[in-house]
Design a protein around this ligand. Structure first.
Ligand SMILES: *[C@@H]1O[C@H](CO)[C@@H](O)[C@H](O)[C@H]1NC(C)=O
Ligand SMILES: *[C@@H]1O[C@H](CO)[C@@H](O)[C@H](O)[C@H]1NC(C)=O
Ligand SMILES: *[C@@H]1O[C@H](CO)[C@@H](O)[C@H](O)[C@H]1NC(C)=O
Ligand SMILES: *[C@@H]1O[C@H](CO)[C@@H](O)[C@H](O)[C@H]1NC(C)=O
Ligand SMILES: *[C@@H]1O[C@H](CO)[C@@H](O)[C@H](O)[C@H]1NC(C)=O
Ligand SMILES: *[C@@H]1O[C@H](CO)[C@@H](O)[C@H](O)[C@H]1NC(C)=O
Ligand SMILES: *[C@@H]1O[C@H](CO)[C@@H](O)[C@H](O)[C@H]1NC(C)=O
Length: 515
């Protein structure tokens, strides 16, 4: 994770056309609090016309493993510190912070990995701090995900171009069919709009009114593409794969250390002294918790179905949660899938095991959705679904809501989660034994320029909001951000099977805590 010191809490000096309706005072204040939480240090202005010369350049930047304080060799239980120095394309040291860097330790042969905590000194240098948790040789990896200048662009884009993903509504009645543009907010125009704002949750959605048909005739929603008008093409220079987007920073000296066994003197990694550190790490490919959770392995269908006995598991979220549903389906050959022809990727889907008396369901969250097509009749906001649950000790709710929000102003995500949190609070009030588990967002595969639609920076910010939003409530976390970064498999929006297996094992460990 990244810590910014002396952050500026001024909102970006730009105005978009997305206006959100006023909130009640307490929620408005909380929204302000979350916006402050994710405020950035003053990131450098992007020069117009854009010249890369003074922007961060990973190829000219380096990291250095600092010697152990007090000298001597590295042991399990020590903290490793790495100093990162950023330079621009001309080879001058950067003087400002805001570069979005992540760091990890990997020991490939051991299947071991852990993320580091990155601290921005706001002067062009950064520290990465790692707990040393296993013996042997381990390599430091530092990755620049986005330059500070690219972050400035991303921040503006979500305010100025919240419509850069093109959504359409299909309207039909009898033989008449029409299609219009839809979004969370539509650019000003003289066309009338249909208002599909949810009456219970307040979640906004609008479409231009079709010429012939009425607003009630909307039958489905879809993504039709991405548009880039208004975004100066030259800004894409800040999003060049292998140049200034998701690039490894090289070491100025050695990039590895050898870690010796723990000696009597160290406090050890599991005593809670790493409170600000990672939530867990991989060893021999298996995720181990550092936050006190006792994790177990559920290696076969018997172990999984024994754990799920008598449970109702409700999963609501994007495709990153559908992956878990698919994992369960593949791991439970004796359970029955009941699909009732529900649309692909949308659901609701269900796995039922009569013998063990459990049921698992998955349903996609409400709009916005970058999905090829979803019938309007299947659109559901998660908060409304939660209000329909009785809850109790046999009920498990799993949430993963993040990947479809990255092109919008932060207010959209904050308000969506506020309404979901209110529903979680109601659920836990009426049925305190209910288990609620939240999966965070994770880093993604880089596509050439694709990061302008989908950015790791945005995901990191909404993870901060998520954690703060549910703080103090009885919910459990699955740290997908850390679990993907700490693994040596490539970053992927849809993490590959070995990571999914670990995530599901964390979920099952929450459902069936070791006695
Ligand atoms: C910085 O990077 C540029 C472009 O890759 C290269 O031409 C230049 O030699 C580098 N300068 C230093 C000081 O490394
Ligand atoms: C940047 O700030 C850090 C922390 O305050 C300090 O240790 C370091 O010397 C500074 N670096 C430069 C180049 O000013
Ligand atoms: C809307 O119509 C008015 C009057 O015809 C016109 O002056 C205005 O420019 C139009 N606005 C937009 C956004 O098209
Ligand atoms: C849309 O509908 C909601 C709910 O009825 C209402 O609060 C909101 O003001 C409407 N928005 C617009 C722009 O008409
Ligand atoms: C599950 O499998 C892993 C890896 O094959 C193994 O290390 C572990 O001991 C197994 N756990 C149980 C409970 O069988
Ligand atoms: C399944 O895993 C459990 C616990 O890890 C183990 O005790 C059991 O023998 C395994 N069953 C089969 C069929 O492999
Ligand atoms: C993002 O935007 C670029 C540039 O318009 C486009 O080529 C790409 O397909 C978009 N989508 C994704 C998922 O990257």
């Amino acid at each position: 994770s990244i810590n910014f010191k002396n952050i500026s809490t001024d909102p970006p000096k730009t105005q978009g056309f997305c206006t959100f309706k006023p909130l009640p005072p307490a929620e408005a204040q909380e929204e302000r609090h979350f916006l402050d939480l994710i405020a950035l240090p003053e990131t450098p202005l992007v020069p117009t016309p854009l010249s890369l010369e003074q922007t961060s350049h990973p190829a000219n930047s380096t990291f250095t493993i600092l010697p152990k304080s007090g000298g001597g060799e590295w042991h399990v239980g020590d903290q490793l510190e790495v100093l990162i120095k950023m330079f621009d394309f001309q080879g001058h040291a950067k003087k400002t912070g805001g570069d979005f860097l992540v760091a990890a330790l990997h020991s490939k042969g051991l299947g071991a990995g852990v993320t580091g905590r990155v601290v921005d000194h706001l002067n062009g240098s950064y520290s990465a701090l790692f707990p040393l948790l296993w013996e042997g040789s381990t390599r430091v990896e530092v990755i620049l995900l986005h330059t500070s200048e690219a972050v400035t662009v991303l921040r503006m884009l979500n305010i100025e171009r919240p419509d850069r993903v093109i959504f359409k509504g299909v309207f039909r009645s009898g033989s008449v069919s029409e299609t219009t543009v839809c979004n969370v907010c539509l650019p000003p125009s003289n066309q009338s709009q249909c208002n599909y704002t949810d009456l219970h949750t307040g979640d906004p959605w609008f479409c231009y009114k079709p010429q012939k048909l009425s607003c009630e005739a909307r039958v489905s929603h879809r993504i039709t593409g991405y548009k880039y008008q208004g975004i100066k093409n030259e800004k894409e220079k800040l999003f060049q794969k292998g140049v200034n987007l998701k690039v490894y920073i090289k070491a100025s000296g050695p990039d590895s250390v050898t870690v010796l066994p723990q000696t009597g003197g160290q406090s050890g990694p599991d005593d809670g002294s790493e409170k600000l550190g990672p939530s867990g790490y991989y060893y021999k490919g298996v995720w181990r918790a550092l936050d006190g959770t006792r994790l177990q392995q559920f290696n076969n269908s018997t172990a999984i179905s024994q754990c799920l006995k008598g449970k109702m598991v409700y999963m609501y979220g994007d495709s990153t949660l559908r992956q878990w549903f698919e994992y369960f389906k593949a791991s439970l050959p004796d359970a029955q899938e009941i699909n009732l022809n529900n649309p692909v990727r949308v659901g609701p889907f269900m796995i039922l095991d009569n013998a063990n008396n459990f049921v698992l369901t998955y349903r996609i969250h409400g709009l916005p959705l970058r999905i090829f097509s979803i019938p309007a009749s299947k659109e559901r906001y998660v908060a409304n679904e939660l209000d329909g649950l009785i809850g109790g000790t046999n009920t498990v709710v799993v949430l993963s809501i993040w990947a479809h929000f990255s092109t919008f102003p932060f207010e959209l995500f904050i308000r969506r989660m506020q309404s979901i949190r209110r529903a979680v609070v109601r659920l836990l009030d009426r049925a305190p034994g209910t288990l609620v588990v939240i999966r965070t967002g994770n880093v993604q595969t880089v596509r050439q320029s694709g990061m302008m639609n989908n950015s790791d920076w945005y995901v990191y910010q909404i993870n901060l909001v998520l954690r703060a939003m549910f703080k103090g409530l009885n919910v459990q976390w699955i740290d997908a951000w850390g679990m993907v970064l700490a693994h040596d498999l490539a970053h992927n929006l849809h993490p590959p099977p070995p990571i999914i297996k670990n995530m599901v094992n964390v979920l099952l460990s929450y459902i069936c805590p070791k006695k």
